[in-house]
Ligand binder design. Structure first.
Ligand SMILES: *Cc1c(COP(=O)(O)O)cnc(C)c1O
Ligand SMILES: [Zn+2]
Length: 415
């Protein structure tokens, strides 16, 4: 584990000692960054110390993470992360890109990017002897916490909106978490979770509240560094990373990961980070377009449930991720998000609406001249399509039903 010296508020810059706070800045409510002494680590490690490790999960980055190995070898907890990188030739051709990859985080143990955060938070919970870990979730964060916790017998309580997709609710229940559905949206679930955690002394994983989720999510940047950045040619343009944004914690985590690598001196060129939101849940993009860090809540109605957020809990760091890296924000229409599901499906990749969102954002960036054919691009699919088959079915025509005879088949095929 990497020794960490404390926390620093991303808003007011106040610093805290490791044992003095658990969540957001007591002074201003800002999100806290975990402070790791990378100067020290850069003397201790070379890139090869990481890249030569035989652990093909996010735990290969243990020397750069502020938590201990949680144990649980041989369980899904030790298989979060190190997700596959695809480069489908037909998609590359269609998009007109010379270098294109899709990183499939739907291949995580509970089928979403959220396993990265939950794995690290479960480890943290071990260290502080938390009896119960609780989270609010649109579905995936809860499923990830429930799954990672189940792997090592940690008790978990999950609050989700009663409208969460059935598959996600099924996961929560199957993993044996205590599941409470609230008659309200994600934001309502978030607030009651914070209150319950304080009242009952539960450890709260909430996104954009617990500083350790970011430390898990940054491992995606480490993998992109190993899988792509180290392979890019000397004179390559900077890598462009496309990711969908709800609360803004994934994009902030990816930014943190690249900043960590930069601080170690291991990253030649900072990737540009592009955040993509649905037009119907665009609080962070709105603030980005208005060139401000003041985020005005919206009434989110997108069908991409994983990024349907009224008040983003990590909006400011999320804006900075795009702005400081030379990226940008884009908004896309829900209709196009649905179409994107079947376009990726045609390449053998099945994503939920929030995963398609990042891909559709790339298409918009190409058509509006923000990205060119020589820009190397990676799109992150954040969640598996089986998570939300109702939306998937909107992207396709229903299959025909025929009499099981050759005659009716011929009729159907007009042969
Ligand atoms: C949580 C989630 C996101 C968005 O992450 P934020 O940290 O809320 O911005 C995107 N896609 C999927 C599938 C998710 O589960
Ligand atoms: Zn502060």
């Amino acid at each position: 584990m990497a020794h960490y010296t404390g926390y620093k508020c991303s808003l007011c810059n106040k610093e805290y000692l490791p044992a003095s706070v658990l969540y957001t800045c007591p002074q201003c409510g800002g999100n806290l960054d975990v402070v790791i002494d990378f100067e020290h680590l850069s003397h201790k490690y070379q890139p090869e110390d990481i890249t030569s490790r035989n652990d093909f999960s996010l735990w290969r980055y243990l020397p750069l993470l502020p938590v201990d190995d949680p144990g649980g070898e041989g369980t899904p907890l030790h298989h979060a992360g190190w997700t596959p990188l695809y480069s489908p030739p037909q998609l590359k051709r269609q998009l007109g890109l010379n270098h294109f990859w899709l990183k499939d985080d739907g291949k995580n143990p509970t089928a979403s990017f959220k396993d990265r955060a939950s794995a690290v938070v479960v480890s943290r919970a071990r260290e502080i002897n938390a009896e119960v870990v609780v989270t609010a979730s649109t579905g995936n964060a809860g499923a990830a916490l429930a799954g990672m916790a189940a792997a090592i017998g940690q008790k978990a309580v999950i609050f989700a909106p009663k409208t969460a997709p059935q598959a996600k609710v099924a996961q929560l229940l199957i993993y044996g978490a205590e599941v409470i559905l609230v008659d309200g949206n994600y934001d309502a679930a978030f607030d009651v979770t914070v209150e319950a955690a304080l009242e009952f002394g539960w450890y709260c994983r909430n996104t954009g509240y617990n500083p350790f989720t970011l430390e898990g999510k940054k491992t995606a940047a480490f993998e992109i560094w190993e899988q792509i950045c180290l392979e890019l040619e000397e004179d390559s343009k900077p890598l462009c990373v496309f990711v969908s944004v709800g609360d803004g914690n994934i994009i902030s985590g990816i930014h943190k990961g690249f900043k960590d690598l930069h601080a170690l001196g291991w990253l030649k060129q900072m990737p540009r980070i592009f955040g993509v939101q649905s037009e119907k849940s665009a609080a962070i993009a709105n603030a980005y377009f208005a060139n401000t860090e003041t985020i005005i809540p919206v009434s989110a109605t997108t069908l991409a449930d994983s990024i349907s957020v009224d008040l983003p809990r990590d909006g400011i760091r999320a804006i900075r991720a795009a702005r400081e890296s030379g990226g940008a924000y884009l908004t896309v229409a829900d209709d196009d998000i649905i179409k994107g599901i079947s376009e990726l499906g045609a390449c053998g990749i099945f994503c939920e609406p929030a995963g398609s969102t990042a891909y559709v954002g790339l298409k918009k960036a190409l058509s509006t001249g923000m990205i060119f054919e020589e820009d190397p691009v990676v799109v992150i699919n954040t969640g598996n399509g089986l998570k939300d088959i109702k939306s998937a079915m909107m992207a396709v025509q229903a299959a025909p039903i025929i009499e099981p005879t050759l005659k009716s088949l011929k009729q159907h095929l007009h042969l």
